[in-house]
Write a protein that binds this ligand. Sequence first.
Ligand code: UN1
Length: 511
Amino acid sequence: MQNNINSVLKNLGILEFNPAYSTGKIWGGSDTQVIASYSPVDGKKIADIQTAGKEDYEKVIDTAQQAFKTWRGIPAPKRGDIVRQLGDALRAHKEDLGTLVSYEMGKSLQEGLGEVQEMIDICDFAVGLSRQLYGLTMHSERPHHRMYEQWHPLGIVAVISAFNFPVAVWSWNTALALVCGNVCVWKPSSKTPLCAIACHRILAEVLAANDIPEGVSSLVIGNAAGDLINNDKRVSLVSFTGSTRIGRIVSAAVASRFGKSILELGGNNAIIISKEADLDMSIIGAVFGAVGTAGQRCTSTRRLIIQEDIYEDFKNKLVKAYGQLRIGDPLDQHNHVGPLIDTAAVDMYTKAIEKGKAEGANFVVEGAVLSGPDYTSGCYVQPCVAEVENHYEIVQEETFAPILYLIKYKTLEEAIALQNNVPQGLSSAIMTLNLREAELFLSAAGSDCGIANVNIGTSGAEIGGAFGGEKETGGGRESGSDAWRGYMRRQTNTINYAATLPLAQGIKFDL
Ligand code: UN1
């Protein structure tokens, strides 16, 4: 792997080929503070990265402000063409970038490549959008008046992204924000800085090839930048993906300066398994949802709400399926489950299991931290399954790990109430072949989540839909549908082409 990763880093232009790279400082700001990127796959340090300090940040924002003046004046379809070129560059780098995502973050190579595919797809989507930033026209109540609305860019859009989707979430935000005419500043997770450097370089090359001035896309690494962004009036929109705990802080800071925010916070996603479900399909959906990305997606399946008549049968099938899971190096395509991001995440997994047990959880597949020659990073854990009650504190919380909770129900109304009865509201699903059940689940009396699926698991959303959720998930929407509006400001325009000045609401004001 070591040699392979060296060539991946080289192909992505991140650092010169250097077998001793792990000790060298690379790239980044001028701050003396350095963060290290370790791979959870083998525990090896990949590189040290210099973080951005206050001075670097000021330079970035100044440059971004200048660049905005140029960028907003470029016609949207032309901006779309530049995003199209970004998509093409990502196609060319897919293999290398997907491998880096897998090695630095720990998700399977297939999922790493899938993440890059999402980036390519959102670029395609944004190209089309660049000719469709439509506003409405309205009929004025006054004669010889025309009224319409148009959408303008906001200015500087900051993207604060999480480790679990180290490249895709940036692209959802950036591709859209760019065609809308904004300039972007990216503060990636400090756990996956190399993925960020790789993407930034790919976009920077595309921009430079089109003679676009510096500052249309910037990267600031390190946690200091996050605070600076949140409290900076010059940053019009903060798109934050991360925990509800941090999201609360970000949202309050940005709101207090009347900035805009798009929040993608925690999920606590459930699948309802009806007795009228296709059980074989349900097993695959449930297991992939729970253990894919080692349970570290916002959309990971955390709870299965199972009808009592099929509960025992389904549980046994599930236990059997868990017995077949292969855990190990995510770059080895035979494995289903890779590592957690770091040993701090392993601690959270262990604590959640202990807390669950103390509350009465009955583990039907026991958890364990794995050790041995294949697991030297100390980040590999056994995906586990526990029978619980929905009200347990641990069940109400989001633990970013492959722990799946089983809950029994009698009626669909009860199942929907259980599904909704958590603080979060991101993704949800029902497995049923019964139309009445499916439609009730999708009705206003059904799921309260931003995403509600039928006969599909909770994870693996496509970019074409608006992505995000309600309640403590934060209410933000990113990616497809009309999520682009979140990156623009709406302006209502009324034009009078009469020779008089009639006032609205029939008000007379004669001088
Ligand atoms: C996330 O976990 O932050 O639905 C995003 C999915 C992905 C997005 C997840 N397309 O699994």
